[in-house]
Design a protein around this ligand. Structure first.
Ligand code: IVH
Length: 680
């Protein structure tokens, strides 16, 4: 069944009930078999609603159970984890101690009130984190022994080998926090996500962060993104005595997990709490698709129990508008500074997550080909990470062909298709002679001057320099002299002299800055600092990808791209090194200097050392320790409790907001920070 067929069913005034039922079953199969919804949640929900109107007794609804069909009796999750014996079946799958259920949904105050009835109970609200659900099992002594994906809810795939590499998933639970544990051991459930800051680096290769998280968890071999870059938010705890949801969060934290953020609220406050999360959504470093409201008291949860589909003591109030439909008006092919020509869908403006959207990225040629786009097609759009609009599916209906251009939109030379190999083989379109393409050169020069912070070289001046044949690469900038600059229109002696002085002031460059300035895919600040802390430039240029990939938070995919990029950049690097000097602050004695160029601020309580000591450590390894988050801050290190604090501390809130707009400061957990500083 194709997405277009489902769309047709939704628009048919009198759809065939059997066809509706078949569509629901197909969606269920796709979801449970592959943990991969091939239609957006909202479409699925509309489909189920239509089926319920047309054929309330449909077996497909019975299978879903709950509000959509027959209510079953199923004890809720608040029972003991099931036995200390091996939870794996013969095929190595993990048999869940208690089914991993879904959540009932509502979309507005009415739906919320309908769920709660007239109960006046204490609630806890928590963001519905859009990742991959996992159940992690520990034996009675607190030793990690199994981890499973949701699977069909009863049994899931073992994901232990990767889950144990995810930060904040302890291998051993602290004995002090295990008081009251039964023979059955402890089970922690939660959501694994790929933080959006990490997703940004691979966004051109994967559909959405949820799929990457699910894929990385299940991968038998390194899947490009290492599990160390994932994050785990715990929302449930089985096997330990817990009184209410607040108590649960405290115990989860004591066990060493990051609980999903949660706050107490009354029924009257629920709408305001929902609105606040909706407003905060785009500032978070992970995707959310709703707010989960839970009745806090565990005894009450047990009394209410669950249907076969969802617990009765919780509801997901879904955020709306993250998916929408629009019509494809045109394709724009825009040239990047690397010479890649990226397709962008120009669509009739549509509102997504509260913003009007008229353009959506299609990432590369493969995406256009896979979607089979025609002008006039109806497209299903989502805002990935709440920010970048993305074309989710083609619902068809158009006719005009969408062919890639034969000529580079900038220089008119022929285009070329490049194919990357590997599991996710991708076809990308390029200008066949990027070295001779003025727009590529301008993009590269602009990037270089921005990263190296050379003042005065805006796009207009760069265009004039290229036009006058004065620069052919970044190294040529340093060869400019006042008299040659004065040949340009409207360039006086004073300005020409100042520009040359600006260039001279930037002939000393740190290694991370130089690496970033090359504009290599995936070689951003994060990777550059990791590399510079460990190798010299000359070592890096000779390094095989396998050695790079061994750096835990880098990953094979990034490593391949960096090695290829450094190889391509070799001539430029040689020419640059005739002009600039690398001030290697990164390697000043015994592995120090790792935080050169970084301005680090701490917030929350650090477990490993006091804040004063941590600040001194920053200075010892070449960084600057700041007290408050300012425009200069490049890193915010958040101690244990505070990452989950809700509302977040003012430092954290400010950092998140700034990160969402200007991409810094990087927000790091205590572990990630010490891993960076301690790295060999
Ligand atoms: S509580 C169902 N809290 O959403 C048992 N679930 O679509 C109670 N999820 O199966 C779950 N964030 O995997 C809970 N803050 C949160 C959550 C959350 C995400 C997931 C969970 C659940 C799914 C239902």
């Amino acid at each position: 069944m194709r997405a277009a067929d489902i769309d047709a069913l939704l628009h048919d005034p009198a759809p065939d009930p059997a066809a509706l039922a078949a569509a629901v079953e197909a969606c269920d199969r796709a979801y449970f078999d592959h943990q991969d919804a091939f239609v957006p949640d909202q479409t699925y929900d509309r489909l189920v609603e239509r089926l319920r109107e047309r054929w309330p007794e449909a077996p497909a609804l019975q299978a879903i159970g709950g509000a959509r069909g027959r209510a079953a009796t199923q004890e809720g999750a608040a029972t003991d984890a099931g036995g200390d014996s091996d939870p794996h079946d013969e095929e190595g799958r993990v048999v869940h101690s208690v089914p991993m259920l879904s959540l009932g949904k509502c979309y507005d105050v009415q739906g919320f009130s309908q769920w709660l009835g007239d109960a006046n109970v204490a609630l806890v609200a928590s963001p519905k984190i859009d990742g991959a659900a996992v159940a992690i099992r520990y034996d009675a002594s607190g030793r990690l022994m199994a981890a499973g994906s949701r699977g069909d809810g009863k049994r899931g795939e073992s994901v232990l080998h990767n889950v144990r590499r995810v930060p904040r998933v302890p291998e051993q639970l602290p004995a002090a926090a295990l008081a009251g544990v039964g023979a059955a051991g402890v089970e922690v459930r939660g959501e694994v996500v790929l933080p959006l800051s990490a997703f940004a680096e691979v966004a051109d290769l994967f559909a959405n962060p949820r799929n990457v998280a699910a894929g990385v968890l299940k991968a038998k071999e390194e899947a490009g993104v290492p599990p160390e870059r994932l994050a785990f938010f715990a929302y449930d705890l089985l096997g330990l005595p817990v009184e209410d949801e607040a108590d649960k969060a405290v115990r989860l934290r004591a066990l060493g997990f990051d609980p999903a953020p949660g706050e107490r609220c009354s029924r009257d406050e629920a709408a305001a709490v929902f609105a606040r999360w909706e407003a905060q959504r785009s500032t978070l470093d992970y995707e959310i698709d709703g707010v989960v409201f839970k009745i806090s008291d565990l005894a009450e949860q047990r009394r209410l129990g669950s249907t076969a589909h969802h617990p009765r003591w919780a509801v997901a109030w879904k955020l709306q508008g993250d998916t929408g439909e629009s019509r494809l008006l045109d394709l724009e092919w825009s040239l990047s500074r690397t010479g890649t020509i990226t397709p962008v869908a120009l669509v009739e403006p549509v509102e997504l997550s509260g913003a009007m959207v008229g353009r959506a990225t299609l990432h590369n040629l493969s995406t256009v080909e896979k979607l089979g786009l025609h002008l006039g097609d109806r497209l299903s759009l989502t805002r990935r990470g709440g920010v970048i609009p993305h074309v989710e599916a083609n619902l068809g209906g158009g006719a005009g062909a969408c062919l890639p251009p034969d000529a580079c939109p900038s220089c008119g030379r022929p285009t070329a298709v490049r194919e990357t190999e590997g599991s996710s083989s991708t076809r990308t379109l390029h200008c066949s002679q990027p070295a001779a393409c003025p727009a590529v050169l301008r993009g590269q020069l602009f990037h270089y001057t921005a990263v190296i912070e050379i003042d005065g070289f805006g796009p207009k001046l760069l265009d004039a320099l290229i036009e006058a044949d004065l620069v052919h690469d970044a190294a040529d900038l340093y060869r400019l002299r006042p008299d040659s600059l004065q040949r340009l229109p409207r360039m006086g002696e004073t300005l020409a002299t100042r520009l040359c002085a600006n260039l001279d002031a930037r002939r000393k460059v740190t290694l991370p800055a130089l690496l970033v300035s090359l504009g290599i895919d995936s070689l951003g600040k994060h990777a550059a600092h990791l590399l510079a802390a460990r190798w010299t430039l000359e070592e890096l240029r000779r390094l095989p990808a396998a050695e790079l990939a061994a750096l835990h938070s880098l990953g094979a995919l990034t490593a391949d791209r960096i090695v290829a990029g450094l190889h391509d950049a070799a001539p430029l690097l040689d020419r640059l090194l005739e002009q600039i000097q690398i001030v290697d602050a990164e390697r000043t004695g015994g592995g120090g200097g790792k935080l050169a160029g970084e301005q680090v601020v701490f917030t929350g309580k650090l477990e490993r050392m006091g804040r004063r000591d941590a600040q001194q450590l920053v200075v010892r390894v070449g960084g600057v320790a700041g007290a408050a988050v300012t425009a200069e801050t490049t890193m915010l290190v958040v101690g244990g409790d505070e990452l989950a604090a809700d509302p977040p501390s003012s430092k954290l809130a400010k950092a998140r907001k700034s990160f969402a707009t200007v991409g810094k400061p990087q927000i790091l957990s205590e572990e990630a920070f010490f891993a960076l500083v301690d790295a060999p």
